[in-house]
Every structure is written in C-alpha cells, then in structure tokens.
Design a binder for this molecule. Sequence first.
Ligand SMILES: [Fe+2]
Ligand SMILES: [Fe+2]
Length: 140
Amino acid sequence: MSVVQWSDDFKTGVCGVDCQHKALIRMLSGLYSIAEKSQDREVVSEAASLLADFVVEHFQCEEKTMRDISYPAYESHKKQHDEFAGRVANVVQRFDETGDNGTLNESIQNYMVPWLTEHFTKTDKEMAGFIACVPSGKVA
Ligand SMILES: [Fe+2]
Ligand SMILES: [Fe+2]
C-alpha cells in the first residue's frame, strides 16, 4: 500500500502549486515503495536525491511567488521550508552513508509525509488565500 496518496483536502486552488504538490506526493510514495522493494543502493539513492532536489525547486517557486506579491508571512513560511529541506538533505545523506532502507522509510512515514501534508493544508493554503486576493497579472 502506498505511504501517501493525493487527496483533494490538500488542494490550495493555485494550479501551479497543486501540480507540484501532486508531483511531490508521487515522488515520495515512489521512493517509499522503491526502498521497500529494492536492495539496490544506487537506485534508492537516485530516487532520494531526485526527491530532495524537487523539494528545493518547489520551495524556490513558492518563495519567488511570495516575494513577487510581497506576502506578509514570507519569512515564517520560508523558515518552515528551510527546516524541512535541511532535514530531507540530512536523511538522504544518512542513507548514502548507511544504505539503510528501513531508516529512510521511517523518516518518510513519520516525518516527511506528516510534515508535507500539514504544510499543504495549513501554510500553503494560507499563502494561496493571499494569492487569490492579488490582482491577476502579478502572479506568474
Ligand atoms: Fe508547497
Ligand atoms: Fe510552502
């Protein structure tokens, strides 16, 4: 069974954001099932790095949007991003050192999934609410 699936509860209503969130969910559950099945360290490491890179890319997109619209809660939102991206990078690094699939999947299940889904439904939805009030043309 998949560790996480897309739910419409996660929807922010901002198309570009929701598309990237769906991709994050797919990559996260993909990595989890690869780590469940594969003992090939290279394959797992590659999938983990792709996820970590996409997390950073997604956060950069949101942060650019927030700067473009002078979002008042930019700093606290970015702080959350930095903390999560830092922890994901640590998890990937630890996997590269140990090759321990079980610890990797524990981090996905107990940290990454709850963190991301809560961030989508609270922090990103707040941002989306603000975006919706900005005159169109100001948001890329
Ligand atoms: Fe997001
Ligand atoms: Fe965010």
